[in-house]
Design a protein. Structure first.
Length: 304
């Protein structure tokens, strides 16, 4: 069963555990409950929410991230489990001892996959993908020419219009992107933990104090899937993040990608990518596992 993103956004919400269920109550009593085994991540978008230590332990035991967001829908704190995979110790040791050439080669694979996904997303919308796609063949180990940034400079105006400027603060399209990327980051972090890797030991990202730098690495090729949903919302006249928009953005984790094993939802694609990374670190494989299609076959509702 595909996991559900549970968002807590109302004032005075309280989260607790009741016989295998996450229960949510408000000032006037119970509001609902969700089976813990069905949850992909819990996102607290209202800082006034409270929770019991029992529900925290229950979520952690299942590898379910609890994400606390600020007013701009960017994560301000995370709760992740200490234990992940049965081979966690060996995999983390191999991860920590990985060589710089290996990490640079893996980062190049991720950048190349991201650029190709951006080109495919532009093609999906009817824009010209050729200038972006041409950059993919120029990605070298470690991306010394910063092809990732060059592609972004061309991609965002082509996707959202010449007047669009991508930044991590603000509302409107940027607020929707922030929320969508937060959902994607939570799912990626869960996949990393489940694969027995440490989310702070990155390939490329070096943000000081960021506990999920590896998640920032691995989620890069899948950002265009979120971008497509945001563009669809914009074309429908949605100019700010609301409950309906959040639901649409969270559903991107259920969007199917074409893989060698058939159509697979993004949550499973992330899990396979994280496992393949662990296997590269331990010498069991040479390259990362990406889907055959760089962007998903989104539902008609989500397509721009």
């Amino acid at each position: 069963m595909l996991g559900r993103i549970v968002e807590i956004e109302g004032e005075g919400r309280r989260l607790s555990l009741d016989r295998g269920f996450l229960t949510v109550a408000g000032p006037n009593g119970p509001l609902g409950k969700v089976p813990l085994d069905d949850i992909e991540a819990v996102i607290l978008s209202n800082p006034a929410a409270s929770f019991t230590s029992q529900i925290i332990a229950a979520l952690a035991s299942r590898g379910t991230p609890l994400v606390m967001c600020g007013n701009d829908f960017r994560p301000s704190a995370w709760l992740l489990p200490v234990d992940g995979h049965h081979a966690q110790g060996d995999r983390m040791e191999a991860q920590a001892q990985s060589t710089l050439p290996t990490r640079k080669r893996l980062w190049a694979e991720l950048v190349r996959a991201k650029v190709l996904a951006q080109a495919a997303a532009l093609e999906r919308t009817g824009a010209n993908p050729v200038p972006i796609r041409a950059l993919a063949v120029r990605v070298r180990s470690g991306d010394p020419s910063n092809i990732e940034a060059q592609a972004a400079q061309r991609y965002f105006p082509a996707m959202f219009g010449r007047g669009f400027y991508r930044h991590r603060d603000g509302d409107g399209p940027n607020g929707m992107l922030n929320y969508g990327y937060t959902v994607l980051r939570a799912a990626t972090a869960r996949a990393i933990i489940a694969a027995g890797l440490h989310p702070s030991l990155s390939l490329q990202h070096r943000s000081r104090g960021d506990a999920l730098r590896l998640a920032d690495d691995l989620m890069e090729p899948f950002r265009p899937a979120v971008d497509l949903v945001v563009l669809a919302l914009m074309r429908e006249g949605v100019d700010r993040i609301d409950t309906a928009a959040k639901r649409r953005l969270a559903e991107v984790l259920h969007a199917d990608f074409v893989t060698a094993e058939g159509a697979t939802p993004l949550s499973n694609v992330l899990a396979r990518l994280a496992i393949s990374l662990a296997q590269v670190f331990t010498g069991e494989r040479k390259k990362l596992v990406f889907p055959a299609s760089p962007i998903p076959s989104l539902t008609a509702e989500a397509l721009p």
